[in-house]
Ligand binder design. Structure first.
Ligand code: SF4
Length: 412
């Protein structure tokens, strides 16, 4: 299911604000003669509103409500002057927001930072890439209370079923849960993956680019996908990252003859270097035109997988798709999560209209799709789409046909 609305946290999710927050806290507390705090201490204390941050930065024996008020005023003055000194968007956030805008996703920001600062920062760094921003406002409870999240959702015109709430702290995960939204934890921010998991994150991402597949198709249920493939007789193994999958593949291939189908996925994963010392590897990308169709193991990616347990591939020469049907004792399809589609129809659509044009562009062939990235069902002599296979189950006679699904985007 496509995601149509996103609610982002601000500090630690979109912007690295730690330096300016820490400097402003120190302006306030040092003026009162209290010790300075470090950026690490600030990192641990943000997330529950600035009053709480200041409370934790005043020595216990001086920490009265009156003293918090004084320091809070000084913090606000200092932060207003310096909040854009050292603050920067995290790498990959600007491109992500641009992509979401292009895809028509409505984007809002919900922060426990005071409202004026939250709005100023978002306007300065992201302009119209964010539609609505709410910071901490009088008479409205802070996160993790769901009031502001639900108000923001209404104003963005979002549906909870197709909305992701994205943040870097336990408070964010709790806010999402309290509002009935899907909680996505980001691990590049102020808190650990363990804290996000313990707070109920539905998914964790390590880089902004990993969010895009979630927007394209929502979260996926690995158990249901595993069942869809295994009930058809395929083997199925899931790994969260390519680095996790690599040892499994190298161990499986060690001592056996292996052929690799032309595959950007495998190349991005570091094949065949990962196991070229432990086995005989045949790869026509290395020795051009040399096709060895009867190895112990044939490794390929796929152009698309359906969540109903089907594998879709398009080929030009035919060596790749033929080897996945007949010849090898064993075939392993290694696929990033970007290949997963809700059903067979969308898998065929992906293979034809996403994977094939991208491959034509990569190969630099003389086809219309290589120019504009769209399939024209061309009759060009250079057409790379000559045959399409749909594996509905493992081919008879093959010892094992397996899907290795990896929870990050890989290849086309
Ligand atoms: S059919 Fe032609 S235009 Fe369409 S993706 Fe294949 S090569 Fe490109």
């Amino acid at each position: 299911m496509k995601i149509t609305t996103a609610i982002f946290d601000l500090d630690g999710t979109l912007l690295n604000t730690l330096g300016d927050l820490c400097d402003s806290v120190n302006c306030a507390v040092m003026r009162r003669g209290f010790p300075a705090v470090t950026e690490e201490q600030t990192r641990q204390r943000v997330g529950n509103g600035v009053r709480n941050l200041i409370r934790q930065c005043i020595p216990e024996n001086k920490c009265t409500e009156a003293m918090i008020d004084i320091c809070l005023d000084e913090f606000r003055t200092a932060y207003t002057e310096r909040m854009m000194n050292r603050t920067q968007p995290y790498d990959g956030i600007q491109p992500l927001l641009k992509q979401l805008k292009k895809a028509g996703v409505s984007v809002g920001v919900l922060s426990n930072k005071y409202d004026l600062a939250a709005k100023s920062l978002i306007r300065h760094y992201f302009g119209d890439l964010v539609q609505i921003t709410y910071g901490e406002r009088p008479d409205t409870p802070r996160k993790p209370d769901p009031t502001s999240a639900l108000q923001l959702l209404r104003e963005l015109g979002g549906d909870p079923a197709t909305t992701l709430y994205i943040g870097d702290s336990a408070v964010d995960m709790q806010t999402a849960k309290n509002a009935g939204l899907t909680a996505v934890g980001v691990t590049w921010g102020f808190r650990s993956a363990a804290e996000l998991k313990a707070a109920g994150a539905d998914a964790l991402v390590d880089a902004p680019a990993e969010l895009l597949p979630l927007f394209e198709r929502g979260l996926f249920n690995v158990d249901a996908i595993c069942k869809a493939f295994t009930s058809r007789g395929f083997g199925f193994t899931y790994f969260p990252t390519a680095a996790d999958a690599l040892p499994y593949l190298t161990d499986t291939c060690a001592g056996r003859s292996v052929t690799l189908g032309g595959s950007m996925t495998l190349q991005e994963m570091g094949f065949p270097d990962a196991f070229s010392n432990s086995t005989a590897v045949h790869w026509h990308w290395v020795r051009k035109g040399e096709y060895f169709q009867k190895p112990d193991i044939y490794l390929s990616s796929a152009n698309a997988l359906s969540e109903n347990g089907e594998v879709v591939n398009i080929d030009g020469t035919g060596n790749r798709v033929s080897a996945t049907l007949f010849g090898p004792k064993r075939c392993i399809f290694v696929c990033g999560i970007n290949k997963l589609c809700p059903d067979l129809e969308s898998a065929v659509e992906r293979a034809r209209h996403v994977a094939a044009p991208l491959n034509a562009k990569r190969l630099g062939v003389q086809t219309p799709c290589a120019v504009d990235g769209k399939c024209h069902d061309c009759k060009s002599p250079a057409r790379i789409c000559r045959a399409m296979t749909i594996h509905m189950g493992p081919p008879l006679g093959m010892e094992r046909c397996e899907i290795v699904l990896i929870g990050e985007p890989l290849g086309y």
